[in-house]
Design a protein around this ligand. Structure first.
Ligand code: 3PG
Length: 211
């Protein structure tokens, strides 16, 4: 599997919830809430120790769900994500070792970029879908439009400051294959066990993306 295998799912869903779980017991209800909200996709970030096991739980309980690993910054995390059953890897940056590992293991990988040089590196690895991060702070849509000039084949997945109020604007740019964000899976909602709230915010985002 490579990035191309993910294109239909990304084009269909258009939103990738970026999830940070502190407790593995939240993995199942969180996945269920996303599914209930109409978005059976999650990027579970390796920002916490619970990430690996949470991915394993989600994959086991909801095999139809598209569960990947986020914030993968080294090969050790990439290996753990792969072992847990992650269907894809996302990194906030462009690390040659992680990219080569993912290609060797045949798992789709999305490197984080915000400069032309990082895009050139992604292209060297045959990768044409990149995470643009942190999108808001690095100039958002204007920067992606400028980068699309010299790199016409590149498609972006912006994350970082993307939310309900600006998602439509991002999704309207045809070089953006999907957006990512944590606004529908906020820490506070997860920690309070407000999975109904998560399902509601997810549904709202899915509805807006479909308009
Ligand atoms: C990510 O890792 O993609 C971002 O931290 C998500 O950004 P957000 O929390 O601003 O949505």
């Amino acid at each position: 599997m490579n990035q191309t295998s993910m294109i239909p799912a990304l084009e269909e869903k258009r939103i990738v919830p970026v999830v940070k779980l502190d407790r593995t017991e939240d993995a199942e209800p969180l996945a269920e809430a996303l599914i209930r909200g109409g978005l059976p996709v999650a990027e579970v970030t390796f920002r916490t120790d619970a990430a690996e096991e949470s991915i394993r739980i989600m994959r086991r309980q909801f095999p139809e769900m598209l569960v990947g690993a986020g914030t993968v910054i080294n090969t050790e995390q990439a290996k753990r994500a792969l072992d847990a059953g992650a269907a894809f890897l996302v990194s906030p940056g462009t690390n040659d070792k992680v990219l080569q590992f993912a290609i060797d293991q045949n798992i789709p990988v999305f490197p984080g970029v915000c400069t032309p040089s990082e895009i050139i590196t992604a292209l060297e690895y045959g990768l044409e879908i990149v995470k643009f991060f942190p999108a808001k702070q690095y100039g958002g849509l204007d920067t992606m439009k400028a980068l699309a000039g010299p790199f016409p084949t590149i498609r972006f997945m912006p994350t970082g400051g993307v939310n309900l109020s600006n998602m439509k604007e991002f999704l309207a740019f045809k070089k953006i294959i999907a957006i990512g964000g944590s606004w529908m899976v906020k820490d506070t909602l997860i920690n309070e066990g407000d999975f109904d709230g998560i399902a509601k915010l997810t549904k709202e985002a899915v509805g807006l993306a479909a308009q």
